[in-house]
Design a protein around this ligand. Structure first.
Ligand SMILES: [Fe+2]
Length: 319
């Protein structure tokens, strides 16, 4: 059953909106794709989306900045651990220099024979820029001031998930999600989505000796990883398949205004999402050539706009 075509987006809870926006747009050179608010709960929290110019699925990283509310979680095992972004072959040195100039500590590492630059988001979450060849990943790099097409981020490469127990995640990924197992490297296992679409890797990192990480929405932790089912039919078929296997904690479908989502808690604790874009996507509420510049509220929050804006952190938008 191949109901997934790579990643749709990944989502993390961070600290300040300003430092998050500066990190993604200025340091990493990603584009602002949407500025909106968290749809769940009652407290006002931004929901910021970054990606390529057109906000293609598989390029999207989204954040919830929790500084104003002061809610922070614990990083640990049984939790998504590393945001991995694809960069062109041979670009590691460029990124080491660029990050160094920005005062961000970075080092070159290797896992599964792929060269990576390891760094941290200002809130402490681990990132890796993973070198991929143009054959392996043909997505167009994001070009921005100081970052040419030889070095730009292409989108999501994958996610590293820390786990107590590798075998239950192996079952979930291969039997539940129909991923392909690609073998191991030390204590890590690598998997790939069934399609060969861009942004397709999950790395399972065996870390049984660290304390349990936080699962709730809380600053400093990765919240979930979302896979692209392309259609509603695929999404509901995959939801039924997972429920049939006994993964009963699959949510009802939720309307995220630009896409629709179901969430499932994996055996490791990492939260997975099954998503598909619908309607006009990002241009649903603003012109296609001006996405991500003005704060947008979904229709159901129209009456709360003033109150929510008053509760949000002030910061200077960088597009
Ligand atoms: Fe999501």
């Amino acid at each position: 059953m191949t109901l997934i075509d790579g990643y749709h987006h990944v989502t993390l809870s961070v600290d300040g909106a300003q430092e998050d926006n500066d990190f993604h747009t200025k340091t990493l050179g990603m584009k602002s794709v949407k500025k909106t608010v968290l749809f769940d709960g009652t407290a006002p929290v931004y929901h910021l989306y970054y990606g390529n110019e057109t906000g293609d699925p598989s390029t999207i990283v989204t954040t919830f900045p929790f500084k104003k509310l002061g809610i922070y979680g614990k990083r640990g095992t049984n939790q998504s651990k590393i945001i991995q972004l694809a960069v062109p072959d041979g670009s590691a040195e460029f990124w080491l220099n660029r990050l160094g100039d920005a005062g961000i500590e970075a080092k070159k590492i290797d896992r599964f024979a792929a060269t990576r630059v390891a760094l941290e988001h200002p809130c402490g979450i681990s990132y890796e820029l993973v070198e991929t060849s143009a054959v392996e990943d043909s997505r167009k790099p994001i070009v921005s001031p100081g970052i040419s097409a030889d070095y730009g981020i292409k989108g999501i490469y994958g996610i590293g998930i820390a786990v107590f127990d590798k075998s239950s995640m192996d079952d979930f990924l291969t039997i539940g999600m129909s991923f392909e197992a690609l073998g191991g490297d030390g204590d890590a296992l690598k998997f790939r989505t069934p399609s060969t679409g861009p942004g397709s890797v999950v790395e399972v990192l065996h870390e049984p000796n660290r304390p349990q990480g936080t699962w709730t929405l809380s600053g400093g932790t990765i919240h979930h990883l979302a896979f692209n089912t392309i259609t509603e039919e695929n999404q509901l078929a995959l939801k039924a398949h997972l429920e049939g296997l006994g993964f009963t904690d699959v949510s009802d479908q939720k309307d995220r205004n630009y896409f629709k989502s179901c969430y499932v808690r994996s055996p490791s604790g990492a939260l997975f999402e099954l998503a598909f874009s619908y309607g006009k996507g990002w241009s649903q509420d603003e012109p296609e050539d001006k996405i991500g510049q003005v704060l947008q509220f979904p229709p159901w929050f129209a009456g709360r706009r003033e109150e929510m804006e008053a509760g949000l952190e002030e910061f200077t938008w960088e597009n």
